[in-house]
Design a protein around this ligand. Structure first.
Ligand code: GLC
Length: 553
């Protein structure tokens, strides 16, 4: 390991996202769990990732797949026990893999003891001050306190009944009704989450991913606004006082002798405002959603890459590169569509896609991502080239986004289908008991065609997505030029991205070059060098369209 990685490991880390419900099931109930992950740690070590980020594994009614937390210090029985989580952390560490847990501070579950007490104690009780309880408008208080809409669709307010059964106050939930928002001006809320942070850092977590990090503080006036033309500052997004919270969290992270990291889920259109979260006394890194949302076009990708590097430089934070996660359509599908961008309106779900083209581009995209300066994220299953599953029957869908929009938005279930591990038939080795595959229906059905994408099928096939990821990760680990460090653009034809890492920045010949061809036809390689890795075969010495190559010199 390079010395700067040991000290500030997150600056170059490749972080693999585990969505626990869908990674591997070790107790044969059709839902992924910690036993499944523990059994597959050797797979992750062989793949060559540096850290695992776990989407929530806490006690939860699973109204939003665990992002509705009922107890931040307990593991949901569907996933296992706290003792197993501690074992998992130890086992991963023994393999040289770090662990990042997901902390959800904007809201908790409506089954959380705080919310239950708030309901039980009734209007004006101090228990209600931890949330946003308000009386309704209109006659009888029958209308919500304001016109805010939930990010999942429908109103952001739900009415409660008083302890005597009469219609009562309303409470705010920016997401589902089962996810009441916490009031971050309350000192108890702050203290509790600082304690939760320490709870997991004390158990060996190397970092936390902070859910909905820009939403925590709200304008107490709770005024109506037009979402198409929101006021500035926004009533609940990216308000200046949210930064105080992360300053105190940073101090907690710094109080540990080894490096613990804070990673923000910060979706903001304004790149400069995004960078504010990465100031030296705040978060260490944040997901680069501008890159994830970029269409597969050379000029737009280059613009996003340049902007990313420009905004990160002054705050001294490493950039991150993300292609997919559990909230967005899988990029094999996205890159096969006419519109290859992603936006939060999910407009493209169900649009026609060419998976062969999408896969070809996804292969090039991972070589691009892993060659860029900073750290990179891999969402489980992208290393297998899984596509978005778009034909799930409505009866199996679980995402509140689907239900709260009455199906107008298909939601995120299609990227959460359980992984195929082995065998010819669903569940493709996803479920095991005592290590042996069992035939139970997974919580979401897998496409039959995934027999060709299973870990077993792809392992050892030099043309597979899995072997491309393994090879790229192995080269990245060995290379002193990849990860954090400078990037130098090289001259290249229109539609071709070419950049050097390493020595070029110091005025000598580039030692490592990445070339990505999005020009629409084959191009000669713009520099000499030995091909270390290519996302597709050269044709008559030329780099085909939608193909990337890594060159070393
Ligand atoms: C974040 C999570 C998403 C969840 C939402 C509410 O955006 O990534 O999955 O639904 O927050 O917690």
């Amino acid at each position: 390991m390079r010395s700067h990685e040991a000290a500030e490991w997150w600056r170059s880390a490749v972080i693999y996202q585990i969505y626990p419900r869908s990674f591997a099931d070790g107790n044969g109930d059709g839902v992924g769990d910690l036993a499944g992950v523990r059994a597959r740690l050797p797979y992750l070590a062989r793949l060559g990732v540096d850290a695992l980020w776990f989407s929530p594994w806490y006690a939860s009614p699973q109204a939003d797949a665990g992002y509705d937390v009922a107890d931040y210090r307990a593991i949901d029985p569907v996933f296992g026990t706290l003792a197993e989580a501690e074992e998992l952390i130890r086992e991963a560490h023994a393999l040289g893999i770090r662990i990042i847990v997901d902390v959800v501070p904007n809201h908790c579950s409506d089954r959380h003891v705080w919310f239950q007490q708030a309901l039980a104690k009734g209007p004006d009780s101090p228990e209600r001050e931890l949330f946003w309880f308000r009386s309704g408008r209109g006659p009888g208080g029958d209308l919500p306190p304001n016109d805010w809409q939930s990010i999942f669709g429908g109103p952001a307010w739900t009415r409660t009944s008083d302890p005597d059964g009469a219609p009562g106050d309303w409470y705010l939930h920016l997401f589902a009704a089962e996810q009441p928002d916490l009031d971050w001006e309350h000192p108890r809320v702050r203290r509790e989450f600082e304690d939760v942070l320490r709870f997991w850092l004390d158990r060996g977590a190397d970092g936390v991913r902070i859910d909905s990090a820009a939403l925590l503080t709200k304008d107490r006036a709770l005024t109506d606004f037009d979402p198409e033309d929101p006021p500035y500052p926004h009533p609940y997004t990216d308000r200046d006082d949210v930064h105080d919270i992360y300053r105190s969290w940073r101090a907690i992270a710094e109080s540990y002798p080894d490096k613990r990291v804070l990673i923000g889920e910060v979706w903001l259109p304004d790149a400069q405002r995004f960078a504010n979260y990465l100031r030296p006394d705040e978060l260490h890194t944040a997901f680069n959603f501008a890159f994830l949302g970029s269409p597969w076009q050379a000029d737009e990708l280059r613009r996003v890459i340049d902007e990313t590097l420009t905004i990160h430089a002054p705050v001294g934070a490493p950039a991150t590169w993300v292609l997919s996660n559990h909230d967005v359509p899988r990029h094999v599908t996205r890159y096969g569509r006419a519109d290859t961008s992603f936006n939060l309106e999910f407009r493209q779900l169900g649009a026609p896609t060419d998976l062969t083209l999408g896969t070809r581009r996804a292969r090039a995209a991972i070589l691009l991502s892993l060659a860029l300066p900073g750290s990179a994220y891999i969402y489980q299953g992208e290393e297998l080239g899984l596509e978005e599953v778009e034909d799930l029957p409505d009866s199996v869908r679980q995402d509140p986004m689907f239900f709260r929009t009455a199906g107008a938005n298909l939601g995120r279930d299609g990227c959460r289908v359980p992984l195929p591990w082995s065998g010819q038939e669903p569940p493709f080795g996803f479920s095991t008991t005592a290590g042996d595959p069992v035939k139970v229906e997974p919580w979401l059905p897998q496409p039959k065609a995934w027999k060709d994408l299973s870990v077993e099928t792809q392992t050892g096939d030099p043309g597979s997505m899995l072997e491309l990821y393994s090879a790229a990760l192995a080269l990245r680990r060995e290379s002193e030029h990849l990860g954090d460090g400078p990037l130098t653009w090289l001259p290249a034809p229109d539609g071709v991205l070419a950049f050097a890492r390493g020595a070029a920045g110091e005025g000598t010949d580039p030692s490592f070059v990445c070339v990505v061809n999005l020009s629409g036809g084959p191009v000669p390689l713009p520099v000499d060098g030995t091909i270390a890795l290519c996302s597709g075969a050269l044709e008559s010495g030329m780099l085909p369209d939608d193909t990337a190559a890594w060159l070393v010199r």
